[in-house]
Design a protein around this ligand. Structure first.
Ligand code: HXC
Ligand code: NAP
Length: 296
């Protein structure tokens, strides 16, 4: 068995209908693919209907599953309600929501216009709480034990320069995940999140690691496990969290980043010390121990 392979058993999501925002591209498309393979009905939505339709056609041919593409800007509540209405009309009910849509780009914060901050925060934070609220009301009214998976980032809690609007918005999403996990547990509704490290996608790479930067900073050197993530690794975790196998888990945020977030460890700079240098260092420390014993 390899990490590039599907992990859950066939039919693990049979009978479930799951909405994936931003499901036409990148990680959203990969999750849609795996959920369909596991038997779910999948609704993908985002702004560009032509992208969604192309993805839907491709995934129908690949998996033979049921996929419904619907145009929706997650900042518009009437468009979110339309997605819900159409999903119920086609599939009878909705069981799960993956809040995966995002807007992001690197920039020194002082270069941003007010609108540039708004556009990122509105897609990531407002879009996520609008969609979650719409589904939550529907689930509570219809006594459905719904399940929400939010795609966050590790800098939601470490913070990060140069992506400040995204960091603020993703932090808000984490606060919502934990808060609602407690509040809606009475209704059997669960919320969890994944904080991914780098998983190559065109959307993220064009805006966060443009060629100029990619040449200078290699992931192999920065990530403790010395590679970027494989989409199947993330979709395996996502499928588990959106399935009933994770029924006892709520309010959790799982980091999947090859150890990238651990880089802050105070002594991690010692990574570059050679074996010979360690021989000298060990000797120096032992000498210091011996002389402090003598002077006692
Ligand atoms: C400074 C910028 C800018 C940049 C846009 N703006 N790009 N400012 N530097 N590089 C400003 C514009 O000038 C404008 O402000 C405002 O932002 C809105 O830009 P528009 O292009 O008009 O908006 P829109 O077409 O809606 O585009 C939204 C977007 C875009 C967020 C700016 O990037 C987008 O559509 N993104 C969707 C996909 C995406 O971002 N995927 C990456 C997700 S990866 P003014 O005032 O000039 O009008 C991720 C985590 C990755 O989230 C973590 C990696 C490890
Ligand atoms: P992506 O392919 O660019 O995905 C972003 C999606 O969001 C697109 O499909 C886009 O579709 C949609 N979107 C943007 N604005 C929207 C809006 N207003 N309404 C509805 N949908 C909108 O990038 P990705 O890398 O797969 O990112 C997916 C998720 O993973 C994001 O939440 C991101 O923050 C997170 N993430 C990614 C990485 C990584 O390394 N790739 C790391 C950490 C976290 P339209 O343009 O058609 O609207």
């Amino acid at each position: 068995m390899q990490y590039q392979e599907g992990m859950l058993r066939d039919g693990a999501l049979q009978g479930k209908t799951i909405i994936i925002t931003g499901g036409g591209t990148g990680l959203g498309k990969s999750m849609a693919t795996y959920f369909l393979k596991l038997g779910a009905n999948v609704v993908i939505c985002s702004r560009r209907i032509e992208v969604l339709e192309t993805t839907a056609k491709e995934l129908t041919e690949l998996t033979g599953g049921n996929i419904l593409p619907i145009a929706c800007d997650v900042r518009k509540t009437e468009q979110i309600e339309n997605v819900l209405t159409q999903a119920i009309e086609k599939f009878g009910k909705v069981d799960g929501l993956v809040n995966n849509s995002a807007g992001n780009f690197i920039s020194p914060t002082e270069r941003l216009s007010y609108k540039a901050v708004d556009v990122v925060v509105d897609i990531v934070l407002r879009g996520t709480y609008y969609f979650t609220l719409a589904l939550g009301k529907y689930w509570i009214e219809n006594k459905i034990k719904g399940n929400v998976l939010n795609i966050s980032t590790t800098y939601a809690w470490t913070g990060s320069g140069w992506v400040v609007p995204s960091a603020m918005a993703k932090a808000g999403v984490l606060a919502m995940t934990k808060s609602l996990a407690f509040e809606w547990a009475d209704h059997g509704i669960r919320l969890n999140a994944i904080a991914p490290g780098p998983f190559p996608t065109k959307g993220a790479w064009d805006r966060l690691f443009p060629e100029e930067l990619a040449k200078k900073f290699s992931f192999e050197n920065r990530i403790p496990l010395q590679r970027v993530g494989d989409h199947q690794e993330l979709t395996n975790l996502a499928a588990y969290l959106i399935s009933d196998f994770s029924a006892y888990m709520t309010g959790e945020v799982i980091t999947l980043d090859g150890g990238e977030v651990l880089a802050a460890g105070q002594f991690n700079f010692l990574k570059d010390v050679s074996e010979e240098q360690w021989d000298d260092i060990e000797e120096q420390i032992k000498n210091a121990n011996r002389s402090s014993k003598k002077s006692e």
